[in-house]
Design a binder for this molecule. Structure first.
Ligand code: HEM
Length: 224
């Protein structure tokens, strides 16, 4: 175990519980601002897409203004998140990209756990460490989300927000209609992800076990 990991692992003798420092503060701040931003984008987006059925923010203009503000906030915090993992921590790809074992075996074992062994009270096949904190299924989902879908929704959003100056690029990508449809379809993926993400987040050894490190950084290690 590296010195860093050893330092991250501390034992609270009074409670005989072991804790591991899993989520650094910048990631926690990014996550909750991003979550609020994405939820705001989904709800305002619903009104912008279906104004005849949805009116939550008073006027159409108000929904657009809030949507644009949330979009810019999410984009700026995405850039901070990316730079933090890539440059400061230097482990973005190690954490977020599945390795050969994950693809050949890990995903299968994790799916089996989520659908069967979890309900039998069995232990998860993956044990989180600061350098390997996601199970193979999380890696696949978070990689798709953070390294593909989020950059794409940000890019299409920026283009739609600047139709006049970026006209040529928009035409090159197939026109405004295609762009708006792609933006909407990716947004639907985000809505679907949110439900699955929150449900899976409750599948720790207690319902809130995975929420704790997202709040104070420390996750309790369960020994079986
Ligand atoms: C209100 C909505 C949300 C809740 C309650 C929530 C909850 C959580 C929890 C409990 C974790 C830690 C357990 C785990 O890794 O699965 C987590 C991690 C994570 N969530 Fe969310 N989340 C929300 C929204 C989002 C959104 C909208 C995104 C992305 C668009 C997102 C992306 C992530 C990522 C990438 C991680 C891993 C972060 C890291 O440690 O590097 N979450 N979330």
């Amino acid at each position: 175990m590296s010195a860093h990991n050893e330092q991250a692992l501390h034992t609270e003798h009074a409670e005989h519980a072991e804790y591991i420092y899993l989520t650094p503060m910048p990631v926690r701040i990014w996550h909750w601002i991003n979550a609020l931003g994405i939820v705001t984008l989904c709800v305002t987006g619903l009104q912008i897409r279906f104004p005849e059925y949805v009116n939550i923010f008073g006027t159409y203009k108000a929904a657009i203004r809030l949507h644009n503000t949330a979009g810019i906030t999410v984009s700026i915090f995405y850039a901070i998140w990316f730079a933090y993992y890539l440059i400061v921590k230097g482990n973005l790809f190690k954490l977020y990209v599945p390795n050969t074992y994950d693809i050949k075996m890990g995903i299968f074992r994790q799916v089996l756990y989520y659908f069967y062994y979890f309900f039998k009270g069995g232990p998860s096949p993956h044990h989180a460490t600061p350098d390997d904190k996601f199970n193979p299924m999380q890696k696949v989902a978070y990689m798709g989300l953070m390294l593909v879908l989020l950059p794409l929704v940000i890019l299409t959003g920026i283009l739609i927000l600047n139709v006049a100056p970026l006209r040529e690029m928009i035409m090159l990508l197939g026109g405004l209609k295609i762009l708006v449809s792609a933006h909407f379809l990716i947004a639907c993926c985000f809505c679907a992800f949110l439900f699955v993400h929150i449900y899976l987040a409750t599948m720790g050894h207690t319902m809130l076990a995975h929420f704790k490190p997202m709040w104070d950084g420390w996750e309790e290690v369960k020994h079986h």
